[in-house]
Write a protein that binds this ligand. Sequence first.
Ligand code: ZN
Ligand code: ZN
Ligand code: ZN
Length: 148
Amino acid sequence: MSSTDHTSALRSAGLRVTAPRLATLAAVEAHPHADAETIAQAVREHLGTVSRQAVYDVLNALSDAELLRRVSVGGRSMQYELHRHDNHHHLVCRECGRLEDVPCAIGEAPCLLPHDDHGFEIEVADVVYRGVCSECRARLAATTPRTP
Ligand SMILES: [Zn+2]
Ligand SMILES: [Zn+2]
Ligand SMILES: [Zn+2]
């Protein structure tokens, strides 16, 4: 996505186009699933003068406007990605925290329905697949002492 796309995304979300907002969108695009601290660093490398709090405020505004999607897989800090409205899910490695996108196995949101919805209108199901990534599996296999 070019900065023109980010500009029009901000406009169509009804948000003012500002340098911190554009830099934040570019940083999230360059570092998908980065946490706020990493994004703030990237934005400051680019713009210099922006405070961390300003970047955090931008992240919240862009997430509320659904230009960014907050990804929470538990344990670690909140992570961010461009909101593609594609209902994809995530794989997370319990050893190293590596996070990968995977398309929904079933289809459109909400791809799963609970047996009892308690009267809720279900909008989305966020599925997190947890396991051990291939690199960690190789590392763990190499360090596991072999029985003679
Ligand atoms: Zn791993
Ligand atoms: Zn994702
Ligand atoms: Zn799904």
